[in-house]
Design a protein around this ligand. Structure first.
Ligand code: GDP
Length: 389
């Protein structure tokens, strides 16, 4: 009888241990458990993904034996997200719904019987209305006009091809849009996500973590948006779903820089590939924002390089979004733009305007509220969605 009880007890213990594997680890800032040894890194096959280079073969599950702290939300099994490559093409339908009006207006003007001064002006106005900006719209029209004149082109397919090429050119096909998310030696890559609250910043952190994990990398999330209490919970849910460790503070309104510091040191001790730090985007005063983001960046830099500062912008906010972009670019060195909610606007010209404004590329676009609706930005796929076909 005693032996039977021992066997039952052993089975029960093993069962609990197995269950813990499904839990995404949650680490409370400044109450960290002793560092765990870095994970062994399995072979890294070639493949294209967000980093544009090699990634790990299998997505990491939550570290065995890791246990969420008391009070953490119920465990949800870690999912295996799909890889990020080719998403823009797959999600083209989302863009087509909102952008095709722009494409069809442009094509019908171009193919009208009288391609006169007025028609060219209307083409320019259409591009400006789509938030492209006055100067880029004028440049595109001048170029197209010359091409049409020189080639004597009146065939719709040829006109479409010229417009397509000029739109791609305006977006900048040669800009480096790869994300720097690979470890350097024993340090993880660090991605700082900045932007005004409500733009989709926290969601972008979660979606990016999913995409990177889908590409075979390991990710840790730092909840340094301590201003908005729900942000850390939101991030934690994302982490639990995909098996990314989340470092957050015990108390609301904690110092975001100290959470960011803890997140990066946890990322180093756990040997993860990428640490993504969510920040609070209060545009209270430029000086306040500068202090906050400057401090976060400084404390992170004591341990690891900040590889990417991604500015999250809501594509539906037009000129207002551009103003926000300007303020952020003044206080921190933005390395790339995440343009969210492109599924909800017909004004895709914002891609050109914001790149021109900041001189940095749009690297990722948000195309919906689903967990995999974040795509590496591809100019040609974007233009094809606008023009249809
Ligand atoms: P934050 O305050 O900047 O962290 O914003 P959140 O991440 O909480 O997002 C604000 C809202 O925008 C949420 O309802 C998101 O689901 C929504 N959202 C984020 N990205 C996208 C997107 O690409 N498309 C759409 N349609 N909604 C989005």
């Amino acid at each position: 009888m005693e032996q039977v009880l021992i066997v039952i007890a052993v089975i029960a213990v093993l069962g609990v241990g197995g269950g813990a594997i499904l839990l995404a680890p949650l680490v409370r800032s400044r109450r960290r458990p002793p560092p765990e040894p870095p994970e062994a890194l399995p072979g890294r096959p070639s493949g294209s993904g967000l980093a544009g280079t090699v990634t790990r073969e299998a997505p990491p599950a939550a570290e065995p034996g890791a246990v969420a702290e008391p009070g953490a939300p119920p465990a949800i099994p870690a999912e295996r997200p799909p890889p990020s490559a080719g998403r823009m093409v797959r999600l083209r339908g989302r863009l087509a719904r909102s952008q095709s009006a722009l494409g069809s207006v442009l094509l019908s003007l171009l193919s009208s019987d009288r391609l006169d001064e007025q028609a060219w002006e209307e083409i320019e106005d259409t591009l400006i209305t789509a938030d492209m900006g006055v100067v880029p719209a004028r440049q595109l029209v001048e170029r197209l006009r010359t091409e049409v004149k020189v080639g004597g082109t009146r065939d719709l397919a040829e006109l479409r091809a010229l417009l397509r090429a000029d739109l791609i050119e305006a977006i900048g096909p040669d800009m480096d849009r790869s994300l720097h998310t690979r470890r350097h030696g024993d340090r993880p890559a660090v991605v700082l996500m900045v932007g005004v609250n409500g733009t989709g910043k926290t969601t972008a952190c979660g979606k990016l973590a999913r995409a990177l994990i889908g590409d075979g990398q390991s990710v840790l999330l730092g909840a340094a948006d301590t201003f908005r209490a729900a942000a850390a919970d939101q991030l934690q849910t994302w982490g639990q779903r995909v098996g990314a460790t989340v470092v957050r503070s015990d108390k609301d309104g904690a110092d975001p820089a100290s959470v960011a510091f803890d997140a990066v040191s946890e990322g180093i001790s756990r040997g993860v590939d990428t640490v993504i730090v969510d920040t609070a985007g209060r545009l209270h005063t430029k000086a306040g924002l500068m202090d906050e983001l400057g401090k976060i960046k400084r404390v992170i830099s004591k341990q690891a390089e900040v590889d990417e500062v991604l500015l999250v912008l809501d594509a539906t906010t037009g000129q207002n979004g551009l103003r926000q972009a300007r303020v952020f670019a003044e206080v921190v060195d933005v390395t790339g733009i995440v343009l969210t909610k492109l599924d909800g606007t017909a004004k895709g010209g914002i891609v050109v305007a914001v790149q021109r404004e900041l001189g940095v590329p749009v690297k990722l676009v948000g195309l919906g509220e689903g967990p995999d609706d974040l795509a590496p930005f591809e100019p040609a796929a974007f233009v094809d969605a606008i023009l249809g076909g």
